[in-house]
Design a protein around this ligand. Structure first.
Ligand code: DP6
Length: 357
């Protein structure tokens, strides 16, 4: 598939109105995307677990209009929201070539999250994938013919143009994005990981510990740019390829100890890249480190397979096999909740991807 294949050529412009609704999950990367080229093309491949319960639910109501500009309103949790508009305006500008009908309709976009908005957890992945899926359903309503995997591929392709990691939120349970030698893949969209997955990884758990709910000092978009000319960039990008290849073998063999090593090393490398860019920055907080140290102590004392990962922020994703669910939640409640802002954490697990409602 090339970018040209995603350009919609003909559609029925007599359709007056309609509405579509999707629920789309967040995802958590095991091998991290950090660094991109022009047009949201990643510098290295990444792979993520799709989440189950952290979701955005978006309904788009579309009505034919006359004027030739983009026209839309965003309602977040029932209230008109001006703050989200610039991001969606930019998104429309980026995807217009592929969806020429965007200027023909007024869109009322109603969106909400299943997780608290103020939680500081990334909502761009679920938010951008949900709107991309709604636009794809509208494209379908306009009497277009789609074959095979086209719907999901184009939804992921569009989501990527909204926010890179959003392209990994269309399907489950594991999704790869970024050309690489070990798996089926593309730089343009996320591809469901079709390799063997050992039962040890079925229904893997993710407890998201909310350490800091505030606005980040450095956005991901700025962080990605700092990988340009970064002294360790070349090594890092090649390491991600190796880690993905190793992880593929680990997912097949069920080697939980090896899984822990790759996942934690990826999380710390991501933050090491932030600390060694110019300007440098730190997104972890003291409580992030307190939690990491507690997890390490618990793991060695209990011969557990618990591990952590981080995205671009201070919150900690605690990953563990379903078989350890009861004990690990006991541990979280007794020892980790104290480091969470207002004691807040979210219990989630691997999910199967977005759903049309
Ligand atoms: C650290 O996808 O949020 O979570 O493409 O600029 O929107 P933009 O960035 P974004 O980057 C997230 C990176 C990460 C790692 C990952 O999810 O792979």
């Amino acid at each position: 598939m090339t970018e040209q294949d995603f350009i919609l050529k003909t559609y029925n412009s007599n359709i007056k109105s309609g509405s579509v609704k999707w629920s789309s999950p967040s995802n958590i990367a095991l091998v991290k995307y950090w660094g991109k080229k022009e047009n949201q093309i990643p510098e290295n491949p990444s792979i993520s677990f799709t989440l189950s319960d952290c979701k955005t639910i978006t309904e788009v109501i579309y009505t034919k209009k006359k004027s030739n500009d983009f026209s839309f309103d965003v309602f977040f949790e029932g209230k008109k929201n001006e703050a989200f508009k610039p991001k969606i305006q930019t998104f429309f500008e980026r995807i217009e070539t592929y969806m020429p009908f965007l200027r023909d309709y007024y869109f009322k976009i109603e969106t909400s999250n299943t997780f608290p908005h103020s939680s500081g957890i990334a909502s761009s992945a679920s938010g951008m994938s949900a709107i991309a899926l709604c636009l794809m359903s509208i494209e379908e309503d306009l009497d277009t013919d789609h074959i095979d995997d086209y719907f999901n591929q184009k939804a992921s392709f569009l989501a990527r143009l909204g926010s890179g990691s959003a392209c990994r939120s269309i399907e489950g349970e594991l999704v790869v994005w970024g050309k690489n030698e070990s798996t089926e893949s593309s730089d343009l969209f996320g591809v469901k990981f079709e390799g063997e997955v050992h039962p040890n990884f079925k229904e893997y758990q993710d407890a998201i510990l909310l350490v800091d709910k505030g606005e980040k000092q450095v956005s991901s978009t700025v962080g990605h740019k700092l990988m340009f000319g970064h002294p360790f960039a070349k090594e890092r990008f090649s390491q991600a390829h190796n880690n993905l290849a190793e992880l593929k073998a680990i997912l097949a063999s069920g080697d939980l100890k090896a899984f822990v090593k790759i996942v934690e090393s990826e999380a710390l490398t991501l933050h090491a890249m932030m600390m060694t860019s110019m300007p440098y920055f730190i997104l972890m907080k003291p409580n992030t480190l307190e939690i990491i140290n507690k997890i390490w102590a618990y793991r060695s004392e209990n011969d557990s397979n618990i591990c952590f990962t981080l995205d671009a922020g201070a919150n900690v994703h605690v990953l563990f096999p379903k078989a350890e669910k009861e004990q690990v939640y006991e541990f979280i409640k007794s020892e980790l909740v104290a480091y969470c802002q207002n004691g807040h954490y979210i219990c989630d697990s691997i999910g199967k991807g977005a759903k049309r409602l």
